[in-house]
Design a protein around this ligand. Structure first.
Ligand code: NAD
Length: 298
């Protein structure tokens, strides 16, 4: 069934996601504060809206893909009054679990329905429609959103009630941040022991060290030709986004009194690294910091 979707936030992720929805036959009305992003989406079949209220007023479903919780909640304050009653609000941004729950509450209080549905898979996954969606909310909202999510991704998991999608996302990315540091440290240790990158890769990628950080996003150039290390660490998944996600995980752990010692350390290391490189480097570029610091220590 073809739906009318207001898509707010047409950046690195939202732009190609909206384009895939349009390609699947849905009417997609797009809005972004950045006019260049709107123009790019328009070239891919997304109808530009003159204002966010115009986009939302015509829609059955509102999808948001924004930087952080404050953007989502600020936008909800502006648009909940103008949406048609019963509109389904699907937030695909990565935001704080508490903010996601607040977004659900505000949507429901305004007579709308809500789902948090953050994604994994990066810009490449957004372009190829191979994202994984992790959804939180009630069964009805999930069932309605599912065909739309499936037009933008390959796997869709209903994780539980409000905020459960965000919870799954930050737990997953805490695994990823910690494992990228572990893989990078192993390569730098291997270098100091005279072990070639190729040899360590061939062993670890088929042994118990195997993980996504190694076998897909390998932090050294060579073994995985498509990894960002082969293009001077151009993202990919920017260091600033990893720092953000680890910050969300650290915050949730502190709120819940959970001792995530490696998660907290990874959050500190990525915060310092991202402060230097921002979104100019892929998160796997942290290997250069580890290598440089090792040089200092010897
Ligand atoms: P981005 O900065 O490229 O895009 C965000 C867009 O939102 C920008 O174009 C910005 O102009 C727009 N925007 C901000 N406030 C707005 C408002 N009030 N109204 C309309 N537009 C507004 O970011 P991105 O890389 O597309 O990431 C979006 C979200 O997806 C983030 O929460 C991020 O953590 C998450 N995410 C990103 C990746 C990735 O690899 N880039 C992967 C998974 C999840």
């Amino acid at each position: 069934m073809s739906r009318t979707v207001a898509f707010i936030g047409l950046g690195h992720m939202g732009g190609p996601m909206a384009a895939n929805l349009a390609k699947a036959g849905h009417r997609v009305i797009g809005h972004d504060l950045d006019l260049t992003a709107v123009e790019a989406a328009a070239g891919a079949g997304v109808e530009p809206a003159a204002s966010v209220t115009e986009a939302v007023g015509a829609a059955d479903v509102v999808i948001t893909m924004l930087p952080a919780g404050r953007h989502v909640l600020g936008l909800y304050d502006d648009i909940l009054a103008t949406a048609r009653p019963g509109t389904l609000f699907v937030d695909c941004s990565t935001i704080d679990v508490a903010d996601a729950r607040t977004a659900h509450e505000r949507a429901l209080a305004a007579g709308m329905r809500a789902l948090d549905a953050p994604v994994s898979g990066g810009v490449v996954g957004a372009e190829a429609a191979t994202l994984t969606f992790m959804a939180g909310g009630d069964e009805g909202g999930f069932a309605e959103a599912r065909p739309l999510l499936e037009a933008m991704g390959r796997k869709t998991v209903h994780c539980g009630g409000p905020g459960a999608g965000q919870a799954a996302k930050i737990c997953n990315n805490m695994i990823l941040g910690v494992s990228m540091i572990a893989v990078s440290e192993a390569f730098v240790l291997g270098e100091s022991l005279g072990l070639s990158h190729r040899a360590l890769y061939e062993v670890a990628s088929t042994a118990s060290g195997q993980c996504w950080a190694l076998s897909v996003n390998c932090p050294v150039p060579g073994p995985v030709p498509t990894s960002p290390a082969n293009r001077d660490y151009r993202p990919g998944f920017a260091a600033s986004l990893m720092a953000k996600d680890l910050g969300l995980a650290a915050h949730a752990a502190q709120e819940g009194g959970v001792r995530v010692e490696l998660g907290l350390r990874a959050s500190e290391l990525y915060a310092a690294y991202a402060e230097r490189v921002g979104d100019a480097e892929d998160f796997s570029g942290i290997i250069r910091t580890i290598r440089n610091r090792s040089g200092e220590a010897t």
